[in-house]
Design a protein around this ligand. Sequence first.
Ligand code: PLP
Length: 471
Amino acid sequence: MSPEEFRKQGKQMIDWIADYYENVEKYPVLSQVKPGEIIGQLPTNAPKESESMDQIMSDVNSIIMPGITHWQSPNFFAYFPSNSSGPSVLGDLLSSGLGVQGMIWATSPACTELETRVLDWLAGMLQLPGQFKSTSTGGAVIQDTASSAALSAILAAREKKTNYKTNDSGNSGKLVAYVSSQTHSSLEKAIKIAGIGKNNLRLIGVDENLAMRPDLLEIVIQADLKAGLSPFFVCATVGTTSTNAMDPLTEIGRICRKYELWLHIDAAMSGTAAISPKYRHFLNGVELADSFSFNPHKWMFTNFDCNCFYVADRSVLIKTLSILPEYLKNQASESGAVIDYRDWHIQLGRRFRSLKLWFVIRHYGVSGLRYHISEHVRIAQEFAEWVISSDDFELVAPAPLNLVCFAHKNGNDFNRKLLETINANGKMYFTHTEVNGQYVLRMCIGQTNTKEEHVRLAWETIQETAKELSS
Ligand SMILES: Cc1ncc(COP(=O)(O)O)c(C=O)c1O
């Protein structure tokens, strides 16, 4: 494709995306296709000859679009959001255009240095303690996902506990990790990948708010020590996936210090809230953590993928993950004056993701981000109030931020039917969870363009559908 042709097609593509954003509410939010419907329309073999962009885009419109679930619809209330914004998409496009692979400083100094600067900005915006900044003992790196960040934290914790011996001779089978019963499944996956073994992952019980109980954590640690095992890692969650429960960071952190355990904080969605001083208190206790991670690709208007992973002591992470083959040796690295982010995560190669974060932060400004986040929380709190005042529905868990867990009083089967009926009509999309055997509806408010009117309409739809199903 010549630069001239690219210019022409690129302009059309931007128009296509802008039209999509303008019309996104016209699509059913949850894709209504059946399994196999998309693949059945795609040729079995790749085209032998070149096809035009017009032909390709025609298939996008007729084959691909019906198979899209519209995460960027303001009527998307499912899971946790994976929101986006114009500046983010443009930053990502620029990153693709530059095609940089920033595995080491020398392979694009700007890719490394912008990332370092933007992550230090974010540390300031979240009021993270000084040790998490690159100017101190720690620092941060952009990873693809919170899952990869958790795996990196577990590996660093494993090596720190075993004096870097596990990297050489493998795991003794004695290391034990602790998470709450509500912790995201990515922690179990990471524990398996890190060779710790699922049987050495303890699921700590939770209180009535579904937050980890520090007293139970300490009892289990003591029992493991008595059994000759080696406790090494705790993950506390700020905003669990199921109900947005907040683990008590300070108490958990004190226990980790007492028993010399690595504390990782997973704040995948709710970490973003701390940009607003009103919600910063949810991170109180982060000063006791060894690592902290959150996903701007969930709630910070930055399109997937973008996880920010902070460590208090970068030397442990780097010592755990660095390997230096001859072909990567270079003067800049040897001078010790630069960061080589390849030593901060699992993979070698890396995209220029900090561009989109930089674009987003500069476009909105800190005050703009605070405004939009606070609005989402305000609307969610209003929704929670509507639920509380309703005769037919009840709140099932505390709603500290932008997730409301609720249920109709007619029981599990009714709630399941209610959810399926609403999602099938395409006006909105929301999902469920289970709390103590109860089937629970979840409304998570975090899409960039969701306004009060969308949530009001959603509440009307929920109430009306419930009435129809009851009668
Ligand atoms: C609390 C929490 N942690 C981790 C994850 C995993 O996120 P990712 O897809 O970035 O790995 C999620 C995903 O929703 C989550 O809610």
